[in-house]
Design a protein around this ligand. Sequence first.
Ligand code: NAD
Length: 235
Amino acid sequence: MSQILRLVVTGASGRMGRRVAALAARDGRFRLAALIDRHPGPGCLEPERLPQALRAADVLLDFSAPEAAVRFAGLAAAARKPAVVGTTGFDSAQQARLKAASRRIPLFLSPNFSPGVHVLGALLQAAASSLRDYEISISETHHSLKKDAPSGTALRLARIAGAARSGRAPAVVSQRIGDVVGDHTVTLAGPCERLELTHRAHSRDVFAQGALRAALWIVGKKPGLYDMPDMFPAK
Ligand code: NAD
């Protein structure tokens, strides 16, 4: 895409929103059309201004909280603007509302925008299919301010493992401590050995960069739900 992408960032005062805004501000492919948060920081608007802000934007990019993200995605759908949603922790009713929004707009919904975690999912799928009689467990550690547990990423990994075995998803053990950005380990334990697949995020920038990449990618797509495997199809 040759044009500059005009972004509205919701949850812009939060840990992720601030990184998205900072990275977009120094990247010539983006212009920050509006920053929205219920706790307005410098240059931030209140959520009531979102419909107006969307008129002058190309994509909504959200890292807020579940109920807010669903509402914001609905407003993007009403404005016929694509949305990238990184928020996690949706219940089934909220997921259904996001799905409904995706019938009107392209909606990129991913619990983890890191390329490394995307590859971890593919490795897990291969390992769980090959080592069919090995037990699987998943553990995740995040900073103590994270609101949802298990993490959206751990739930996604559990679903991948369950689907590879056509069975029940393994349980997830969660720990909330300190300022850990995000660690996930999948263990496959068999007789006399175990295989551990670990991903550690060192900085939120890996998620922010991935979300910005998704914002560029989603423009011009048909309405529907998209995720990392759509942006990085298997070769
Ligand atoms: P945070 O609490 O630091 O930031 C959330 C921001 O959203 C806050 O500034 C808050 O004021 C704002 N907000 C909440 N409700 C709002 C509302 N009703 N209206 C307007 N603004 C509202 O959280 P965070 O660490 O930035 O994470 C945000 C979300 O992103 C969480 O769900 C987290 O799990 C998820 N996350 C996803 C990825 C990914 O790669 N997809 C990576 C990290 C975090």
